[in-house]
Design a protein around this ligand. Structure first.
Ligand code: BTN
Length: 258
């Protein structure tokens, strides 16, 4: 079981994790963090759960994880940034988590647009960012992440495209320590994000992404776009060169074709 005392005891962050909530079971850590955001809770609060009964993924999907095997958590932040730069938060979160996994476990992490993290081409971490805007701008963001840590096997229906840290490292891992590492890197990179500086996040994300120059298809809600992944747009969107010209995509599932 995760231990709040152990996690908090070994954390020396400035903002992220200053307040920590740990639940044995909850509907969704993102929903809980959003409720905290709506209630005016200061930034840095982190909600962690051993189990979620209604874990949410991107594009309205469910996120299901066996109790006690994963890290399921959400971070409430209030960066004073504009609506135009909010899309870059996903690159910040991905880069910080990737860094933490590389530094604490020594595995090479790949970033897949928009916010999946992979090991050897298989997903081990999904990120769901939910923003609250008012006329004045962003009032808060919730960065939710599900990290597969100690699953010895993944369910057969996703085993060809999903993995866990323990499978790739070849040993069982300490979830308290990994969460500490992740919260620390989120905290370090957040110093720049608060100043609306995303250069480090964007360049660290780009270094770990091998999709550029390749032909991809993007499954959007009700259509598919094909083309060459050209570059990141300055707002975090993905620029694709199609037969009709350039298009910027903001959501969807990417498949690399060639
Ligand atoms: C995805 O890849 O679709 C994103 C998955 C995000 C799942 C995490 S688990 C913790 C947090 N709480 C949720 O309900 N979702 C996120």
């Amino acid at each position: 079981m995760l231990s709040k005392e152990v996690i908090a005891g070994g954390l020396s962050t400035a903002i992220v994790g200053k307040k920590l909530f740990l639940f044995e079971s909850i509907d969704s850590t993102n929903s809980c963090a959003r409720a905290l955001g709506d209630a005016g809770t200061p930034e840095g609060a982190v909600v962690v759960a051993e189990h979620q009964t209604s874990g949410r993924g991107r594009l309205g999907r469910a996120w299901v994880a066996e109790p006690g095997t994963s890290l399921l958590f959400s971070v409430l932040l209030r960066p004073p940034i504009t609506v135009e730069t909010a899309g870059l938060l996903t690159l910040y979160a991905s880069a910080a988590i990737a860094r933490a996994i590389e530094r604490s476990i020594g595995l090479n992490v790949q970033c897949k647009w928009p916010n999946d993290l992979l090991l050897q081409g298989k997903k081990f971490c999904g990120i769901l960012i939910e923003n609250s805007f008012q006329q004045s701008g962003l009032t808060y963001t919730v960065i939710g992440a599900g990290i597969n840590v100690n699953q010895p096997e993944l369910p057969p229906e996703i085993a060809d495209r999903a993995t866990s840290l323990s499978r790739e490292a070849g040993r069982a891992l300490d979830r308290d320590k990994i969460l500490q590492a992740v919260l620390s890197e989120l905290d370090i990179m957040y110093q720049a994000v608060r100043r609306s500086e995303f250069d480090t996040a964007v360049s660290e994300w780009t270094q770990r992404c091998s999709m550029f120059g390749k032909t991809i298809t993007v499954q959007e809600h009700d259509s598919t776009v094909s083309g060459v992944a050209s570059r990141l747009h300055q707002d975090g969107g993905l620029v694709i060169t199609t037969e009709q010209g350039e298009r910027i995509i903001y959501a969807g599932d990417v498949t690399v074709v060639a």
